[in-house]
Design a binder for this molecule. Structure first.
Ligand code: NAG
Ligand code: NAG
Ligand code: NAG
Ligand code: NAG
Ligand code: NAG
Length: 437
C-alpha cells in the first residue's frame, strides 16, 4: 500500500514536469528559425506520449522502472537548478549591436564590485577565427559557436574560447585576449600574473600592469564570483540562445539593448568609416539604391533585432522573467533610473560603487576621448546624430527599418526641418519593462 502510494506521487510529479516541457516545446518549436541540435525536451516529448497512454499498465514493472529512473535523473537536475538559484548566482547576457552604447551599459555591471565577473565581447575571437577559416559567411555555424562559447563561459569554462584565440594559448596562457582591460575582474590582483619588462607586451590593465592572462586563474576567479555578465554585439537572434535559458546549471537573463537605427548608422559612418564608404557617397549625391547590398544588410540587421525583441516581449515560457528590453535613449536620459531597473531585473545588488560610477560618467564632461569613449554627457550625445545624418539617409533607414522603428517607439521624420528640430522628440514614451514584472 505504502509503496504504491509513493510511486503514484513520483509519477504525478513526473507527469506535471513532462507536461510542462511539452507545452514549452509546442509553443516555440514552430517558430524556431534556426536548426539546432536536438535537445532533451524533444526526446521527452515522445516519451510522455507513451507514458500517458500507458496509464492502465501502471503495474508493468519495466516501464515503471525506466520511468522512475528518468524521473530521478530529472529531479536531480531540477534540484541542481534549485541549488544554483538558491545560491543566488546570476548569469546575465547583455545583447546589443555595435554603436548602441553597449560598452557604456556594460560598465554599469563591470563596476558592480568584487562579486562580479564581467566579460567584454569574448565572441570577437570566435567571429575572427570563423572568418579566417571559413569566410565567416555561414550564420548557422556562427550562431552555434557563439551559443556554445557563451554557455561555457557562463560556467567559467574558458576551454572552448581558447580554441578560437589567435595565436592559440600555450598552457592556457594568452597575451591576446580581446579588450582584457575592459573587464575589471581580469585585472584583479589574483588574475594578474607578474609583468616582466622586455619579455611580454605590457597589458594595460587600468589599475596595474600584468603579464599575459592565465586563463586557469581567470576561471578560478570567475568561479568565486556570485554574478557573471557577458556583453556581446554578435548574437543575431535571441532564439539561438534558448538552450542557455534551459540549462539547469544556469540562471540566465537577457538584456537586449537597442538604439534608433538612424543614430546607429550615423555613428557607424564615423566609427567604421572605410566600411561605410558607400553611405558617405550616397550622402554626397545621388539616390540611395534600395536594392544595394548595404541597404539589404541594414534591413537584415534591423529585422534580426526586431524579431529578437518580438520573441522576448511575447514572453514564451523559456523566456519568462528572463528578458528585458532597454532603449539606449532612455538610458541616456535617465541613466540612474534605468540602471536601477536593470539591476532589479537581474536580481544583482546595485552597489554604491556602481552608482557612483554612473553618476560620474553621465554628467557633463568636456574631456571626451575618442569614438569609443563612454565618458560623455549622455543625453546630449544621444541626440547628436540628428545633425550629422543627411535627411536622405534618415529616409533610407526609415524605409529599410520601418517595423523596427515602430516597435521601439522611434518616430519617423518627414522633413529635414523635423529631423533637426530639437523641440520635436523622436522618442515615444514606451514602457517595455511592464512585461517582465
Ligand atoms: C489512470 O489512472 C488513474 C489513477 O490510478 C485512474 O483514476 C484513471 O481512471 C486512469 N485512467 C485511465 C484512462 O485508465
Ligand atoms: C540533466 O542535465 C544534464 C546536463 O545539463 C543533461 O545532459 C541530461 O540530459 C539531463 N538529464 C535529464 C534526465 O534531463
Ligand atoms: C552552413 O553550415 C551547415 C552545417 O555545416 C550546412 O548544413 C549548411 O549547408 C551551410 N549553409 C551555407 C549557406 O553554406
Ligand atoms: C596558471 O595558473 C594556474 C593556477 O593558479 C597554475 O597552476 C599554472 O601553473 C599557471 N600557468 C602558468 C603557465 O603559469
Ligand atoms: C547635458 O546635455 C543636455 C542637452 O544639451 C543638457 O540639457 C544638460 O544640462 C547637460 N548635462 C549637464 C550635466 O551638463
Amino acid at each position: 500500500m505504502r509503496i504504491k502510494y509513493t510511486i503514484s506521487i513520483v509519477f504525478f510529479v513526473a507527469l506535471v514536469i513532462i507536461e510542462k516541457e511539452n507545452s514549452i516545446i509546442s509553443r516555440v518549436s514552430d517558430k524556431l528559425s534556426l536548426k539546432q541540435t536536438p535537445q532533451t525536451p524533444l526526446h521527452s516529448s515522445g516519451f510522455s506520449h507513451v507514458l500517458l497512454k500507458q496509464n492502465v499498465s501502471l503495474n508493468s514493472h519495466n516501464k515503471m522502472d525506466s520511468a522512475s529512473m528518468l524521473m530521478k535523473r530529472r529531479l536531480e537536475n531540477y534540484s541542481d537548478h534549485q541549488e544554483v538559484v538558491g545560491r543566488g548566482k546570476k548569469h546575465i547576457l547583455l545583447l546589443a549591436t555595435t554603436r548602441t552604447g553597449s560598452s557604456f551599459v556594460g560598465e554599469f555591471f563591470n563596476q558592480q564590485g568584487a562579486n562580479m565577473f564581467y566579460l567584454f565581447e569574448p565572441l570577437w575571437h570566435v567571429e575572427k577565427k570563423l572568418t579566417l577559416e571559413t569566410g565567416g559567411t555561414n550564420a548557422t555555424v556562427a550562431a552555434k559557436a557563439y551559443r556554445d562559447v557563451l554557455q561555457r563561459l557562463l560556467l567559467c569554462d574558458f576551454s572552448l574560447l581558447e580554441d578560437f584565440i589567435e595565436p592559440l594559448p600555450v598552457d592556457h596562457v594568452t597575451a591576446a585576449l580581446f579588450r582584457r582591460e575592459s573587464s575589471s575582474s581580469l585585472c584583479e590582483e589574483s588574475v594578474c600574473s607578474p609583468f616582466i619588462k622586455g619579455v611580454f607586451e605590457p597589458h594595460h590593465c587600468r589599475t596595474r600592469r600584468c603579464g599575459p592572462l592565465n586563463l586557469t586563474m581567470a576561471s578560478e576567479s570567475c568561479l568565486q564570483k556570485e554574478h557573471r555578465v557577458i556583453k556581446s554585439v554578435r548574437v543575431r537572434e535571441l532564439e539561438t540562445l534558448r538552450p542557455l535559458a534551459e540549462d539547469p546549471r544556469l540562471d540566465v537573463k537577457f538584456i537586449q539593448l537597442v538604439r534608433d537605427p538612424r543614430a546607429v548608422l550615423a555613428s557607424r559612418m564615423v566609427a567604421f568609416e572605410p566600411k561605410y564608404r558607400k553611405w558617405k557617397q550616397w550622402a554626397l549625391g545621388g539616390n540611395v539604391p534600395i536594392d544595394d547590398d548595404e541597404v539589404r544588410k541594414l534591413k537584415g540587421n534591423c529585422d534580426n533585432i526586431r524579431m529578437s525583441a518580438e520573441i522576448g516581449l511575447r514572453q514564451p515560457l523559456w523566456l519568462r522573467q528572463r528578458y528585458m528590453l532597454v532603449r539606449y535613449e532612455d538610458i541616456a536620459r535617465f541613466p540612474m533610473k534605468k540602471a536601477e531597473e536593470m539591476y532589479e531585473f537581474t536580481g544583482i545588488p546595485f552597489t554604491p560603487q556602481a552608482k557612483s560610477w554612473i553618476l560620474r560618467n553621465t554628467q557633463a564632461s568636456k574631456k571626451t576621448s575618442g569614438v569609443y569613449s563612454t565618458k560623455k554627457n549622455s543625453s546630449e550625445q544621444a541626440e547628436k546624430w540628428r545633425f550629422s545624418i543627411p535627411f536622405k539617409l534618415a529616409l533610407a533607414v526609415q524605409k529599410a527599418c520601418g517595423p523596427t522603428l515602430k516597435l521601439f517607439g522611434y518616430k519617423s521624420v518627414s522633413s529635414k526641418e523635423m529631423l533637426t528640430d530639437k523641440s520635436i522628440s523622436l522618442i515615444e514614451d514606451k514602457a517595455f519593462n511592464a512585461l517582465w514584472t
